[in-house]
Design a protein around this ligand. Structure first.
Ligand code: ATP
Ligand code: MG
Length: 507
């Protein structure tokens, strides 16, 4: 009894002394000795800890990242023009953190919670640190549920699972953002919460994405977190971690979240800028030695949690920009080895108008295949084979003057497969529609149509599928296998749709 009382008293004393230490630490101040380029060097504050959030007089925040014996290097989270030498700075006793919660959905904010959409004040009750440990292996589960992008070429040939990390990589202006934004749009009726994290982009580009999401009714389900090219490198650097924290909130509630990083090339540059300013030794391509760790510790946090941890998932789609299609450059190879596959966008295909410009041969998904709907998998196998054969033959056929009948048919079939894999942006398709169109092209139903009528025929097949075979659609999207009789029904419906279309065009 006495011991328990004593323990109690000791705990109280202990807590009080800790609070006292914290107060002391809060009162301790340092001064800015140099500032510029988004970095400040300060003297004093011997009690500052690594990654501690510091507050400058006037309210600006910074993060202590270089602790040296007589100086601290601070990355600023605001405009360095507002600081000058001599300004006082104090520790806050906390790490850099970010607001979390449902109230962030539909909003455009920065990593510190500053509003960028001029709407009503942000509602949130908690802030979580931007750097959090990734779940341990034992807390993770294999991916089991597809993350549907609504893009035929991806869902059929490079399927992604919830909890997977899939890189989107390609030169500039090849449709990288479009693929990611379409994937977000496709989640609007799927209860997958989305986070679009823009790093180092022009304000107009971000505004365009926000506008697209709003027009397609996907914004209410999305948090847009932005560090633009005009923001200091410190803010650009912590933004992806803050975005990850916001997404983790949903994952830990047992929900599914999707996060898009647009793009990590610019994130790597922000870190390089910071490191060079802090005079850290430059390594390959002038990046600091820990650039790999910077990205791996970020993406390690995306996973599918085990049932014991609530079963939530966090899918990550980081984007990387390549120069002159060089996917073997430093940052792209780093990211390729950290992720579970990549969607490669080719400028050659883009210029030929084959959109989305996904190069199926250079793209891969290492884990999502297991989550693909069986009905989609059934049509995808034939598709891949027909397409690969066609690509080889098409190159060869350019040099041949006369082709035998078999080769000609394979090429004509391949052209129609390629036509069916085209898709306009912001028009994601539900799985059953994709399956119906792909089944029809595989069965050669479009082979006798002129090439310019294939798209219309495909739409006719898709529409009729939804209208006439809703029960089969449900079965496909519930992840059940279709028997021969069901496939026969699909093909019959497709034939009728094409005949109907021909009748219309004749009339
Ligand atoms: P950046 O390197 O500038 O970030 P990006 O690779 O993200 O470019 P996007 O901005 O997504 O490329 O797309 C480039 C252009 O291509 C845009 O004008 C977009 O509208 C168009 N585009 C992308 N995908 C498609 C598509 N499937 N159909 C039609 N147009 C498309
Ligand atoms: Mg882009």
């Amino acid at each position: 009894m006495l011991q328990a009382l004593l323990d109690d008293v000791m705990t109280t004393v202990h807590a009080a002394s800790e609070r006292h230490a914290l107060d002391l630490c809060l009162r301790e101040t340092g001064t800015v000795v140099q500032v510029g380029g988004g970095i400040a060097r300060i003297k004093g504050l011997p009690g500052a800890t690594a990654e501690e959030l510091l507050r400058f007089r006037g309210g600006m925040l910074g993060v202590a990242i270089n602790l040296e014996p007589d100086e601290i290097g601070v990355m600023l989270l605001g405009d360095s023009d507002k600081l000058s030498a001599g300004i006082e700075v104090s520790g806050t006793g906390r790490e850099a953190d970010t607001p979390i919660g449902e109230g962030l959905l539909g909003r455009v904010i920065d990593a510190t919670g500053r509003l960028l959409d001029h709407g009503k004040p942000l509602r949130f009750s908690e802030r979580w640190p931007v750097e959090r440990p990734a779940p341990a292996i034992i807390e993770r589960a294999p991916v089991t549920v597809p993350l549907e992008t609504g893009i035929k070429a991806i869902d059929a040939l490079i399927p992604i699972g919830r909890g997977q990390r899939e890189l989107i990589v390609g030169d500039r202006q090849t449709g990288k953002t479009s693929v990611a934004v379409d994937t977000i749009i496709n989640q609007r009726d799927k209860e997958v919460v989305c986070i679009y994290c823009a790093i180092g982009q022009r304000g107009t580009a971000v505004a365009r994405v926000v506008d697209t999401l709003r027009r397609h009714e996907a914004l209410d389900n999305t948090i847009v977190i932005v560090a633009s090219d005009e923001d200091p490198p410190g803010l650009r650097f912590i933004t992806p971690y803050a975005a990850m924290t916001m997404a983790e909130y949903f994952m830990e509630k047992g929900r599914d979240a999707l996060i898009v990083y647009d793009d990590l090339t610019r994130h790597a540059r922000a870190y390089r800028e910071l490191s060079l300013l802090l005079r850290r030794p430059p390594g390959r391509e002038a990046y600091p030695g820990d650039i790999f760790y910077i990205h791996s510790r970020l993406l390690e946090r995306a996973t599918h949690l085990s049932a014991a941890r609530g079963g939530g998932s966090l899918t990550a789609l980081p984007i990387i920009e390549t120069q002159a299609q060089d996917i073997s450059a430093y940052i792209p190879t780093n990211l390729i080895s950290i992720t579970d596959g990549q969607v490669y966008l080719s400028p050659t295909l883009f210029h030929k108008g084959l959109l989305p410009a996904i190069d199926v041969g250079k793209s891969v998904s290492r884990v999502g295949g297991k989550t693909q709907y069986p009905a989609l998998r059934a049509v995808a196998g034939d598709l891949r084979l027909a397409y690969a054969q066609f690509e080889e033959l098409e190159t060869f056929a350019r040099f041949a003057t006369r082709l035998d009948e078999d080769t000609r048919r394979t090429i004509e079939h391949g052209r129609r497969v390629r036509e069916v894999l085209k898709q306009s942006e912001h028009q994601p398709l539900r799985a059953s529609k994709q399956i119906a169109g792909l089944k029809a092209v595989n069965a050669g139903l479009f082979d006798d149509l002129p090439l310019d009528q294939v798209a219309a025929a495909e739409v006719a097949v898709q529409e009729r599928m939804s209208r006439e075979l809703p029960e089969l659609c449900e079965r496909m999207e519930a992840g059940r296998k279709l028997d021969d009789e069901a496939w026969r029904q699909v093909l019959e419906m497709a034939r009728d749709a094409i005949i109907g279309l021909r009748g219309q065009s004749r009339a």
